[in-house]
Design a protein around this ligand. Structure first.
Ligand code: HEC
Length: 153
């Protein structure tokens, strides 16, 4: 009985590995982006970010959900502000656009082992539910919109 259990377990592990290999192999949007000096200098879309749309993506719990971990003074009308990460007030004085873009695209490239989600990665670090496989949390334009919003804080 124990043998059967062990066999089942190793099959599960093998399955997980195959799954991980597949998702790492899946077209990771991040892979085509050029990182220069700790940032991504080029806009992901070439279209200027929109502050209002950025605010919506920041607040939306299924998108940025940034307030789960960060406080933002201009969003004081929102009920909950987390303290897991630093306040985002004045963040554009601390980081260039290129750095903000990389933090959003893949925070782990800037803060090793960060719990902040990578908002524009499809493969790599975490196993994701199938319905999210191959999808990024934010679209390329939403990343640009959120940068525009952050610059206004
Ligand atoms: C699950 C928690 C979590 C979420 C959600 C999250 N972050 Fe973060 N973020 C962090 C943590 C923690 C740090 C500090 C760096 C570290 O130690 O990982 C951070 C750092 C940052 C920084 C650098 C701030 C500084 O002053 O150094 C920026 C900018 C940032 N986050 C923006 C965002 C934005 C915008 C969103 C939403 C799109 C977001 N974060 C969502 C946890 C989070």
């Amino acid at each position: 009985m124990r043998e059967v259990f062990r066999l089942a377990k190793s099959l599960v592990v093998a399955g997980l590995c195959a799954g991980a290999a597949f998702s790492a192999h899946a077209d990771d949007k991040m892979a085509s982006l050029k990182i220069v000096d700790g940032g991504i200098p080029a806009s992901l879309t070439g279209v200027a970010g929109d502050v209002d749309k950025g605010r919506k993506a920041v607040v939306n719990r299924k998108q940025g959900n940034c307030l789960a971990c960060h406080a933002v003074s201009s969003l004081d009308n929102q009920p909950f502000h987390g303290e897991v990460g630093p306040s985002l007030d004045g963040v554009s004085e601390r980081y260039s656009d290129a750095q903000l873009r990389l933090i959003l695209v893949d925070s782990k490239k800037v803060f090793e082992g960060s719990i902040m989600p990578s908002f524009y990665r499809t493969g790599g670090y975490q196993r994701v539910a199938k319905k999210f496989d191959g999808k990024t949390i934010l679209s390329a334009q939403q990343v640009e919109d959120v940068i525009a919003f952050l610059k206004a804080q």
